[in-house]
Ligand binder design. Structure first.
Ligand code: ATP
Ligand code: MG
Length: 279
């Protein structure tokens, strides 16, 4: 459970009336050019909208373009072709410097490998985005403390990354991702380096951020158990979105699975999604 109330990032409305897409991709392609005549078509026409307050899980085989899409959505990279609107602003052709500025204000990232700055305490790590944003030191400290309280790590603020467990380090990374009150939190395999129990606990943190604060979250995962936290699941294949399961369809899958469970089969309903991928 989330322990603190946060004055900075206010709770976003998830009411039906005000649902403008936070993310809109129109026929986005990405081609990597490796030398003279080798091209990799990592994305082959992605069109998707993500609205405020959504919690999206992305699955799909290795190499299917998940990270490539996350990099574009997170303003780390440009599409080769197509259009990308972030919070209503066309960022597909923004110059690199502008892209960096937009990224700093609008996007919170969580990576598989935590990416904390070593020999820098938890709270200083969380303050980093605020330094880039030019926030004064007192305000910075206050907001970083609040963010660490949200992820239930108030008692470890002074610890260095190597004095924290993997799960705790990832909580610091989440605090750092949310301290700027971004429009969206992107997490590329955030639980990939954690054991199952810690991974499930960490997903609880994301779930609380989504449910209680209306944060828009997209996570990439290979684990059906982790994808189950999503309210929507995108299945990637070969640079395209093969399936887009909304909450209702996921509910049907869940029920069907429950039925088959009664019939004796075990496992997660999300395995059906996974199986689809393997075909
Ligand atoms: N910087 C790059 N330069 C060249 N090719 C790249 C680059 N990044 C990714 N690719 C290629 O683009 C394709 C999509 O890669 P991407 O990293 O998006 O896959 P992914 O779905 O995230 O896979 P994984 O589940 O293994 O993380 C792959 O064929 C990959 O080799
Ligand atoms: Mg990847």
């Amino acid at each position: 459970m989330i322990g603190a109330t946060l004055a900075g990032p206010e709770v976003r409305s998830t009411g039906e009336g005000d649902r403008a897409p936070v993310i809109q991709l129109d026929d986005v392609h990405k081609t990597y050019y490796m030398g003279a005549d080798i091209q990799v078509h990592a994305l082959r026409g992605i069109s998707v909208q993500v609205e405020q307050g959504e919690f999206v899980a992305i699955m799909g085989r290795s190499g299917s373009g998940k990270s490539t899409m996350m990099n574009i959505v997170g303003c780390l990279d440009h599409p080769t072709k197509g259009r990308y609107l972030l919070d209503g602003v066309d960022v597909s052709t923004a110059p690199k410097a502008e892209l960096a500025d937009i990224r700093n204000r609008k996007v919170g990232f969580v990576f598989q490998s935590f990416n904390l700055v070593s020999r820098t305490s938890a709270i200083e790590n969380v303050e980093l985005p605020l330094i880039y944003a030019g926030v004064g030191s007192r305000e910075r400290r206050r907001r970083a403390e609040e963010a660490l309280e949200i992820v239930n790590l108030a008692d470890k603020m002074k610890n260095m990354p190597n004095q924290l467990s993997g799960g705790q380090q990832q909580r610091v990374a989440i605090a750092r991702a949310l301290v700027n009150d971004p429009a969206i939190i992107l997490a590329d395999e955030p639980t990939g380096a954690l054991d199952t129990r810690t991974a499930i606990e960490l997903m609880g943190v994301f779930q609380d951020l989504n449910r209680e604060r209306g944060m828009t979250i997209i996570i990439v995962t290979h684990e059906p158990d982790i994808a189950e936290f999503g309210k929507r699941v995108l299945l990637f294949g070969d640079g395209r979105i093969r399936k887009d399961y909304d909450q209702r369809q996921l509910e049907v899958l869940r029920k069907e699975h429950h039925m088959s469970e009664l019939g004796g089969s075990a496992g997660s309903w999300m395995d059906d999604v996974h199986e689809e991928d393997a075909q």
